[in-house]
Design a protein around this ligand. Structure first.
Ligand code: SF4
Length: 101
């Protein structure tokens, strides 16, 4: 990795340079005031590219069931078949979910 400063790197990015993996890692390791330097540069790029127009995508997933055999530790969605709140929609239930969407 070549030695570079965060301001120099951000200046290069503003000029069109695409970050390498090593450069991205450098930014991710930033602490203290360097974090504000990076967020300021990111906000300037956002303003340059998109102005103040905010867009979003509105969607909805139709869940046929929340019964899951994996029960990953981080998940707040999956339920055992016998858990309170477990469901498995039939065709009418799925159509109702789609109608609501
Ligand atoms: S994330 Fe939740 S729903 Fe998905 S497999 Fe894990 S426990 Fe099941």
């Amino acid at each position: 990795m070549t030695t570079t400063t965060i301001p120099a790197l951000l200046s290069d990015v503003a000029g069109g340079h695409r970050l390498t993996g090593e450069e991205a890692a450098l930014l991710l390791k930033a602490t203290g005031r360097d974090v504000w330097t990076i967020t300021t540069a990111a906000d300037e790029m956002r303003e340059y590219r998109a102005g103040n127009t905010v867009t979003y995508v509105r969607n909805q997933n139709v869940h046929v069931t929340n019964i899951c055999k994996n029960l990953c530790g981080f998940c707040g969605f999956g339920r055992k078949k016998t858990d309170e709140g477990a469901y498995c929609h039939d065709k009418d239930g799925i159509q109702e979910q789609a109608r609501l969407a």
